[in-house]
Design a protein. Sequence first.
Length: 330
Amino acid sequence: MEIDNVDRNLLNIIQSVFPLSREPFSLLELSLDIPAVEVIDRVARLKTAGIIRLIGPVLNPQEMGYRTTLVAAEVTSEKLDMAGQVISGHPLVSHCYQRDHELNLWFTLAAPVTANLEDEVRKLGNQIKSRTILNLPAIKTFKIGAFFGNEGKDSNLPSPVESGKIDLATGVDHLSTVDRAVINTLQQDLPLNERPFDSISAELKMDADEFLGCCHSLLRRGIMRRFSASVNHNKLGYTANAMVCWQVPSDLVDTAGKKVSTFSEVSHCYERQTNSLWPYNLFAMVHAHNKGNCRAVIDRICLEAGLDKNTGVILFSSRELKKTRVRYKV
């Protein structure tokens, strides 16, 4: 599908933030200088083409009473398709990729705080008949939030950045009954009409302004990270996707992680728990238009962040098996 400059500007804007207002497409009309009905038509066309995956909330799992982790598994080639289907069918798996490494299946898993995450990982390992399975939870977040810029007037919008220790989830006592109702209902793909939040709030028999007020409260309190579009980076020309892992001395991780997170090509950056089979503690997701560009970005990151590329490993994605946003029940 051919996209024009208006499409590019639209994608740049709604990846960063989609307006939480009664008539959001009218607000986008002002930014794009096209009628609201055309904005809706363009979003619908981009969704049909698979460029926009969905428009909805990005929630903080810890605030939902969930813990999350990154899981790496070694699966034999003959079992790989079966394993991918099992993992992709799990409702609390958001991302699953096949990568060009001995540990060839990587996925993110969430579980309620009441569950034993290590046991959940082990059970999945048994289901997919993995030779090895590793639980690699984050210790600290330096950056989270993909933004795939397109040439246009808003192409330099920054990705959301967070920095801080991961707090273990303890429950959802801080969420009111109204909070929970709004969160559970908001987690859907946005309807494409002039007043989409009227449609969603009607499901709760709730006034739309009250519903949106609660949404803004969730944002202010950090329960919702943002409300935005998720896009398919491959369809926008970002065909190279690499997870880079380095061994960094513990006293240098913080400085290195903050520097790595400043690169626009990096969507996620974490300090993660190590183990005897995986000694790497600093992880970054790097996106580029091809592998050569991706390697050049990684070389630049190593140079500017003072990282020894000989102590790192680059795992390119060879197949995307699942990419969505988990629906958290609260």
